[in-house]
Design a protein around this ligand. Structure first.
Ligand code: ADP
Length: 387
């Protein structure tokens, strides 16, 4: 309706011009966007200069848009037909090279990325007499987007390949080191002390490397949307104690990690990923905890009394200022640059992605010099379907 009103208005104004057809002709010829008019039988009647500049040629007389095989291949022919049946349509952006047409032989042309608006023009009887096409040249934008996507894919592939290539020899070195560790310790006498110290340092550095490689692999899995979660029945109490025990070393004061369970905490979660989150939080609490007591408190929470579980890991160490706190879940964000606190600023980003994939939340509270509390809240999850 709106268009008709405007058409009337345009007609009225054009009536004041001595040669309105001439004016439209000029506009058509010099418009900065490609224009084309088709007859109802699909044959081209007119093209303008911008059209010829865009495509590098114009369609030969035998060309029929209703049989355009490129449009057919791109899934656009249906839209073209709808325009010829009387509907105004807009195509998505697609690549088009007239030289690729099978229906007719075109030797001159360019490959362009375009979107088209198709406007049916009705005759006195109400039937479609012509269809006008307006072309938007998107070549530059599409090329830029495709280049960016290709660069992101290349980075993604590199991360994934490098991660896997590093991981294989590293796993083998670590396994051998562990086997030799056992053998060496059994044969050690007091003079071998220095060897042992170096041996242990080697183990530590390798574990560091292994952690980085694992984190790089996780980044590429998460950004590629390929991080499968495999839920199974987990007793969180058992898992927490298992993780805490793993951190225990003879140099630690007994009872420095206090574990408190406030209720039953069984659920269906991906055990390995849950272990990874807890390990990350606890290793941070130890790393930034200045040797002061750490507490891990967990139990049921939620409106239906225990529909969720929450796990809070609290340290009394260096803490963080509010502006730092706002950034720690971002990738490669580290508040401390000291090598004493080795790390890459990836652990919490990964932890947050995993928790979110489990429909949970992870939050942090902290005060400089007084310590930090990280709280993970997770729904108990549903029993996975039997396979
Ligand atoms: P990193 O491997 O560097 O520790 P994380 O992603 O686990 O990486 O943590 C990001 C940053 O958040 C750390 O570099 C540190 O600055 C800060 N941070 C994390 N946990 C704590 C904590 N318990 N106390 C103080 N700062 C912390």
């Amino acid at each position: 309706m709106r268009v008709l009103e405007r058409l009337d208005e345009i007609r009225e104004r054009l009536a004041g011009i001595s040669d309105p057809v001439r004016l439209l002709q000029e506009i058509f010829a010099y418009a900065p966007f490609g224009l084309q008019v088709y007859r109802a039988d699909g044959h081209c009647l007119l093209t303008n200069k911008a059209f010829r500049d865009l495509f590098g040629s114009e369609p030969p007389p035998e060309y029929n848009i209703l049989h355009d095989d490129i449009a057919a291949r791109m899934g656009m022919l249906g839209l073209v037909q709808r325009a010829f049946a009387g509907e105004t349509v807009q195509t998505p952006t697609f690549w088009y090279d007239p030289r690729e047409l099978q229906q007719v032989h075109v030797t001159e042309g360019r490959r362009v990325s375009i979107s088209i608006t198709l406007l049916p023009l009705f005759g006195g009887s109400g039937a479609v007499e012509h269809v006008a096409l307006v072309f938007k040249d998107q070549t530059e934008e599409t090329l830029a987007r495709e280049q960016l996507e290709a660069a992101l894919r290349a980075r993604q592939d590199f991360l994934s390949i490098a991660g896997h290539e590093l991981k294989t020899p590293l796993t083998s070195v670590m396994l051998n080191l562990h086997a030799m560790d056992v053998a060496l310790q059994a044969r050690l006498n007091i003079d071998d002390d220095r060897v042992l110290v170096r041996w242990q340092a080697l183990g530590r550095e390798l574990r560091r490397l292994d952690r980085l490689v694992e984190q790089l692999l996780d980044i590429s899995r998460i950004t590629a949307g390929k991080m499968p979660l495999i839920p199974e029945r987990v007793d969180l109490g058992e898992l927490v104690r298992e993780v805490v025990d793993r951190f225990w070393s003879p140099s630690m004061e007994p009872g420095i990690i206090d574990v408190k369970q406030t209720g039953p905490v069984e659920g269906f979660w991906d055990r390995w990923r849950l272990d990874q989150i807890l390990t990350n939080l606890l290793s941070n609490a130890i790393k930034y905890g200045q040797g002061r007591p750490i507490s891990v408190e967990f139990g049921p929470v939620g409106p239906e009394d225990g529909s969720d579980v929450s796990i809070a890991v609290r340290d009394r160490g260096i803490g963080m200022s509010p502006d730092v706190l706002g950034r720690i879940f971002d990738r490669f964000e580290r508040a401390v640059t000291d090598r004493e606190y080795g790390g890459f600023g990836l652990g919490l980003w990964i932890a947050r992605q995993v928790v979110q994939a489990m429909d949970g939340t992870i939050t942090a509270e902290s005060e400089p010099g007084r310590g930090s509390t990280f709280t993970v809240r997770l729904p108990r999850g549903a029993r996975p379907p039997a396979v």
